[in-house]
Ligand binder design. Structure first.
Ligand SMILES: C[S@@+](CC[C@H](N)C(=O)[O-])C[C@H]1O[C@@H](n2cnc3c(N)ncnc32)[C@H](O)[C@@H]1O
Length: 235
């Protein structure tokens, strides 16, 4: 799968380009609060949520379809790493045999081939969830300048899909990341894994952006959904 390879290719650099994902993971963890001890994290990457969750854990199941990304995830006796694809029903069959009390996915599900299907499979696991999903407001002005559409779903589509499957508190987070010069902005776009995962921009589109993008910042838009029923938390 193309975007799989792209994530792997930039995995070594990922730490330097994951600023916004780290802030998103932190915002998700803050909303979740404490009390969950056994967490499954799908699209875990290098461990943004694992690091952001500051409460005691007895088990952390880190799932990603990129082994290169999984290698970057922190190890530990309480950490189990699973190579798995959140678009593949086999992952959910495996997860249904695991004892956990919270399913998390931060900055990853925007790449699902069929978000509605993935969310339906997650909901069928019948656990509290904490999701952060990037939307097309991410890099919006950049796409406008390039004359390209966003490769990911809009805020509205994402919220509709989430609400179809979960009784969750939903809000939208927006960020701006400022750059001193254009080259570092371009590198960020290519390597952050936010929109570059599918490498949608062609060379001429990229060049056009360098020449005419008027803003000193990139925009990010993320739907956050947390269905945390207190009675389902671990004692
Ligand atoms: C932008 S990173 C976010 C990583 C981490 N959750 C964080 O907050 O820092 C997206 C991750 O999703 C993974 N990913 C993308 N599509 C996936 C899929 N279909 N199944 C499993 N993982 C996937 C990528 O390999 C990458 O590690």
């Amino acid at each position: 799968m193309q975007h799989h390879r792209e994530f792997g290719r930039f995995a070594e650099d990922y730490g330097r380009y994951s600023l916004i994902q780290e802030r998103v993971a932190k915002a998700l963890a803050v909303k979740v609060g404490g009390g969950f001890r056994r967490i499954v994290d799908i699209g875990c990457g290098s461990g943004g949520f694992f690091r952001a969750y500051e409460h005691p854990l007895t088990y952390y199941c880190a799932v990603d379809f990129s082994e290169t990304m999984l290698d970057l995830h922190p190890d530990g006796e309480r950490v189990e790493k699973i190579v798995g694809d959140f678009d593949d029903p086999a992952l959910y069959r495996r997860l249904s045999g695991i004892d956990f009390d919270l399913l998390v996915s931060s900055s990853a599900l925007q790449w699902s081939r069929d978000l509605d299907l993935a969310l339906g499979r997650i909901a069928a696991l019948n656990r509290p969830v904490a999701l952060a999903i990037f939307t097309s407001g991410t890099f919006a002005s950049l796409h406008e300048t390039a004359g390209t559409g966003s490769p990911i779903r809009s805020e509205e589509e994402t919220i509709d899909a989430v609400k179809r499957h979960f009784d969750a508190a939903v809000d939208t987070l927006r960020y701006r990341l400022y750059f001193k010069e254009r080259l570092s902005m371009l590198r960020y776009i290519k390597r952050s894994g936010v929109s570059g995962g599918r490498q949608r921009l062609t060379y001429s589109e990229t060049k056009k952006i360098v020449e005419s993008y008027p803003l000193p910042y990139l925009e990010f838009e993320v739907v956050r959904a947390v269905s945390v029923n207190q009675s389902q938390k671990s004692p």
